[in-house]
Design a protein around this ligand. Structure first.
Ligand code: NAD
Ligand code: DAU
Length: 354
C-alpha cells in the first residue's frame, strides 16, 4: 500500500482530513504523526483504531530521528503538514511554543523530507509532493474597503502565531527554490465544523451558551472573518495535492465575511431553535469583553485561483455549515466534555479572568 504522511492529524482540521480521506475512496494509507498537545485528541480518530490503512504515532515534528524513521519505513508519496500551534490568544500569552513547533518543527520536517526525497529515484522524486497548510493571517489586517487577500498580497503578520506561520511559509518556499523540493502551500481562512477545540470562537460560544455562561465578544464585535466549513477545506487540500502546480500557493476561503457579532447571533438563533432555553434567548448571555491585543480587523480571501485552476468551490453555505455544526455539537456533547479537561479550564481562567 502506498502512503501519505500527515502531521497534526489528531487536531481539528488534520483529523477531519484523515477521516474524510478514507471516506473519499482514497487508496493510500496515512501515517499520522501528532505530538498530542492539548489541541490533539486521539479520540477524534478512534474510529480508525484497528484499521490497517491508518498508522498513528505520538511524535513531535521536532524529532528528526523519528521523522527519518517514518519516511524510511513507509516511503510516503506525499506529506501534508498541518501540525502547528494554532491559537492566536495562546501565542500572545506564550509565543515560545509557536516558534518551536511552527518554525523549528517545520524546518526539521523539511530537512527530513529533503534528505528522503533526494534519495528517491527520478520518477518518485517528480511525483512527490510536500503540501504545507498555512493561514490567511500571514497577510495581516484589511480595512473595510480593501480588496480581499490574493496569492500576491504582501505578507504582514501581526501576532506571534501569524509571524511564526509566515516564517514557516518562507522556509517551504525556500526549499522549493533552493533544493527543488516539490512544494504546495495553501493559505486558508477561518475553519469551523466538527471536532473544533472549544477555545476558538464558534465552539466556545456553543459550549458557553449550553453551559449558561457568558458569551465573550472581544472589543466591539465588528472584526470580520471569512468562514469556511472544514469539510470544504479538506476537499480543497485534496484537490491541491492531486493537481496543484508545484511551487504555487493557493488561497482557500468560503466567501463568507461575517462580523464576530453576526457569527455569535447566528449561533444563538440556531440554539434558540434547536435547544431552546426555558426562558429568553441565548443572545441574553452575550458579553463584550476586553479586546485581543493587536486584534486584526478584517480577513477576507479571494479564492478565484483555486476555483479557476482546479474547479474547487465550497459545498456548504454559511447557513448550512453553521446548522450542521451546531447540530454536531448538540449530538456530541461527550466529545466536548472530554476535551474541556483541567488544562482547558486553566486556559479559560487565564484568558477571561478580567
Ligand atoms: P489544532 O490546534 O486544532 O491542531 C494542531 C495539531 O497539531 C494538534 O493535534 C497538535 O497535537 C499537533 N501538534 C502541535 N504541535 C506539534 C508538534 N510539535 N509535533 C506534532 N504535532 C503537533 O489546529 P487546526 O485548527 O487543526 O490547524 C491545522 C493547521 O491549519 C495549522 O497549521 C493552522 O495554522 C492551519 N490553519 C488553521 C485554520 C483554522 O481556522 N483552524 C485556518 C487556516 C489555517
Ligand atoms: O484566519 C485563519 C485563522 O483562524 C487560523 O490561522 C487560526 O489557526 C485559527 O485559530 C483562526 O484564528 P482567529 O484568531 O481568527 O480565530 P478565533 O476563533 O480565536 O477568533 C475568531 C474571532 O473571534 C477573532 O476576531 C477573535 C474573536 N473572539 C475569539 C474568542 C476566542 C471573540 O470575540 N471572543 C472569544 O472568546
Amino acid at each position: 500500500m502506498s502512503h501519505i504522511l500527515v502531521t497534526g492529524g489528531a487536531g481539528f482540521i488534520g483529523a477531519n482530513f484523515v477521516l474524510n480521506w478514507f471516506g473519499t475512496g482514497a487508496t493510500d494509507g496515512i501515517v499520522n504523526v501528532d505530538k498530542l498537545t492539548y489541541a490533539g485528541n486521539r479520540k477524534t480518530i478512534a474510529s480508525l483504531d484497528g484499521d490497517a490503512r491508518h498508522v498513528f504515532s505520538q511524535t513531535d515534528i521536532c524529532d528528526r530521528a523519528a521523522l527519518d524513521q517514518f519516511l524510511a519505513t513507509y516511503k510516503p508519496r506525499a506529506v501534508v503538514h498541518f501540525a502547528a500551534e494554532s491559537h492566536v490568544d495562546r501565542s500572545i500569552h506564550g509565543p515560545g511554543d509557536f516558534i518551536q513547533t511552527n518554525i523549528v518543527g517545520t524546518f526539521t520536517l523539511l530537512e527530513a523530507v529533503r534528505a528522503y526525497w533526494s534519495a528517491l529515484d527520478e520518477e518518485a522524486r517528480a511525483a512527490f509532493r510536500f503540501l504545507h497548510v498555512s493561514t490567511d493571517e500571514v497577510f495581516g489586517s484589511l480595512e473595510a474597503d480593501d480588496p480581499q487577500f490574493s496569492e500576491t498580497t504582501a505578507y504582514a503578520p501581526n501576532s506571534p502565531y501569524s509571524a511564526s506561520k509566515a516564517a514557516s511559509d518562507h522556509l517551504v518556499r525556500a526549499y522549493h527554490h533552493t533544493y527543488g523540493l516539490p512544494v504546495l502551500t495553501t493559505n486558508c481562512s477561518n475553519n469551523y465544523g466538527p471536532y473544533h477545540f472549544p477555545e476558538k470562537l464558534i465552539p466556545l460560544i456553543i459550549a458557553n451558551a449550553l453551559g449558561g455562561k457568558s458569551l465573550p465578544v472581544y472589543g466591539d464585535g465588528m472584526n470580520v472573518r471569512d468562514w469556511l466549513y472544514v469539510g470544504d477545506h479538506c476537499a480543497a487540500i485534496r484537490e491541491v495535492l492531486a493537481r496543484g502546480r508545484v511551487g504555487e500557493t493557493y488561497n482557500v476561503g468560503g466567501w463568507n465575511e461575517k462580523t464576530n457579532l453576526d457569527v455569535v447571533h447566528t449561533l444563538c438563533d440556531l440554539l434558540d431553535e434547536l435547544r431552546p432555553k426555558a426562558a429568553g434567548s441565548y443572545r441574553d448571555q452575550i458579553t463584550f469583553v476586553k479586546d485581543r491585543p493587536g486584534h486584526d480587523r478584517r480577513y477576507a480571501i479571494d479564492a478565484r485561483k483555486l476555483e479557476c485552476e482546479l474547479g474547487w468551490k465550497p459545498a456548504e453555505t454559511f447557513e448550512t455549515g453553521m446548522r450542521k455544526t451546531v447540530q454536531w455539537y448538540l449530538d456530541n456533547q461527550g466529545w466536548v466534555q472530554d476535551v474541556m479537561s483541567g488544562e482547558y479550564r486553566n486556559w479559560v481562567a487565564k484568558q477571561y479572568a478580567a
